[in-house]
Design a protein around this ligand. Structure first.
Ligand code: TYD
Ligand code: MG
Length: 466
């Protein structure tokens, strides 16, 4: 009897649950992301043998394989991108203008943040126009139905399946032929071809890969729900990001009813696009004008500065607060919530060196109101103005906004889409804007907004003190 060749037997690999790096041998620390004990064993499927259907279609064996065709890219016919509205405007916005046929979208977030609620609402609305299937591996059908009824969702055409075996899910799907599927959650799925336990990296990877293949072959749109685990990644965790077309993360502070859905990766739209929702007794409601909710609304207090940030394609007014207090510690604390910690430390050094403001003996806490995360550098100047305002215990002038990047040599650098930011501030009744010189209109004002153009940090600090 012929011995099975190495090619046809399963191969064992070790995959990092944090970053997805793959190794042939186990090792204690991942060489890519330096995480300890993050590798788990994965059984890779055997490489396609000569007898596999795909190989025989191609001519069976190496000598006879049709050469792959090289085509000039301009001759390739383009597929029209068919988009369907999910019925939820903010979700459509984050997806880049609706759900694309055959797209696989991973929706991640902490347990209990509202992933199942949002997708059930979207799927029920879509089921009025398209065949839709909700696969639940976490809740019973009765629980899902109960929630849908409580939320008054249209249920007549929504199919549901309580199942976790991927083979059986795909079999049901091939009969029901839905156009859109929700798999809640990907951590509960498992394949009988693998011996690993459900929830393990290899099971989650394999199940997701099967769903991706199904989506691409049939043009069905698939939402995968993934819980962010304690370490901060999805499902053993970021191993799925490269497989899917879009990754959306749900963010929100515990205790706050506002939820922000952010596009982290999107092959069909802008990344960092934000959708804002409020969780209420009737599920998630969209907040179409989110600028208002990120302002605390109270009279201006010392330590507060409103900034115009632009996440994705929309400008947003967001309040940043700072508390500066003398520290009992030899190594004072620098804490940033909603901003990058290292950037805060860097900005404080610039404030000292180029603004002459000493905060070395002070604890500095900075928080972005409303549980939103701000990732762009336009937040630099507002952060420093808030810090200075808290240190001096003097509020900024009423109705003031700011934006601008602060460079290491104390220069205030321009940020993209300055005019759009100024327009958003003017629309919301702001009167004064401290902005980088290159972002300021020549006339010195913009729709009733007095624009103070600054080139250096010292100038900005003076303007804020007026
Ligand atoms: P859920 O969608 O189950 O979260 P996930 O799927 O991300 O784990 O959301 C559950 C939370 O939302 C739960 O704490 C209750 C709350 N909730 C409301 O406040 N109102 C509602 O109408 C619903 C359906 C849930
Ligand atoms: Mg859930």
């Amino acid at each position: 009897m012929a011995k099975p060749s190495a090619k046809t037997s399963a191969r064992i690999a070790y995959v990092c649950g944090e970053c997805g790096a793959e190794y042939s041998k186990w090792q204690g620390q991942c060489g890519e992301c330096s995480a300890w004990n993050s590798l788990s064993q994965v059984v890779l499927e055997p490489a396609a043998s000569a007898a596999s259907p795909a190989a025989s279609r191609r001519g069976g064996w190496a000598g006879k394989v049709d050469p792959p065709k090289v085509t000039a890219l301009k001759d390739v016919s383009q597929l029209a991108e068919v988009r369907v509205s999910t019925g939820i405007g903010e979700l459509d916005r984050v997806l880049g203008g609706g759900l694309v046929e055959g797209a696989v979208v991973l929706v991640g977030g902490d347990p209990g943040i509202g992933k199942s609620t949002l997708l059930l609402q979207a799927l029920a609305t879509m089921s009025a126009q398209l065949p839709a299937l909700y696969v639940t591996g976490e809740e019973s059908l009765a629980q899902v139905a109960g929630r849908a009824v409580r939320l008054d969702l249209p249920l007549d055409n929504l199919q549901a399946l309580a199942e976790t075996g991927i083979e059986s899910i795909l079999q049901h799907a091939s009969q029901a032929k839905p156009r859109v599927v929700v798999a809640d959650s990907v951590q509960t799925l498992w394949s009988e071809t693998l011996t690993a336990a459900p929830g393990s990296v290899s099971q989650v990877r394999e199940s997701a890969a099967r769903l991706v293949r199904y989506a691409k072959e049939t043009g069905t749109a698939v939402f995968l729900v993934g819980h962010v685990t304690k370490e901060g990644g999805i499902a053993g965790p970021r191993v799925l990001e490269h497989m899917v077309d879009a990754v959306l993360y749900f963010e929100g502070e515990s205790g706050s009813r506002f939820r922000v859905l952010r596009a982290f990766k999107n092959r069909f739209g802008a990344v960092n696009e934000l959708g804002v929702f409020a969780m209420g007794d009737k599920g998630l409601k969209e907040v179409p004008n989110p600028s208002a909710i990120f302002l605390s609304g109270s009279a201006r207090q010392p330590g507060s500065c409103v900034m115009v940030t632009r996440e994705g394609t929309r400008p947003l007014l967001v309040e940043v607060q700072a508390l500066v207090d003398s520290s009992p510690l030899s190594n004072p604390r620098r804490v940033a919530v909603g901003l990058e910690q290292n950037r805060l430390a860097m900005l404080l050094a610039v404030l000292h060196r180029h603004g002459g403001v000493v905060v070395g003996d002070q604890d500095v806490f900075v928080n972005v109101v409303g549980g939103i995360r701000v990732q762009e550098t336009a937040a630099d100047l507002p952060v420093l103005l808030a810090v200075l305002s808290s240190l001096r215990d003097r509020a900024l002038a009423d109705k003031t906004v700011a934006f601008g990047e602060v460079g290491l040599s104390g220069e205030i650098r321009p940020v993209p889409n300055g005019e759009e930011r100024l327009r958003e501030a003017a629309t919301h009744g702001f009167r004064r804007a401290i902005v980088p010189k290159a972002n300021a209109p020549k006339s010195g004002s913009f729709k009733g907004l007095e624009v103070i153009a600054v080139e250096r940090l010292a100038q900005a600090l003076d303007a804020a003190a007026d």
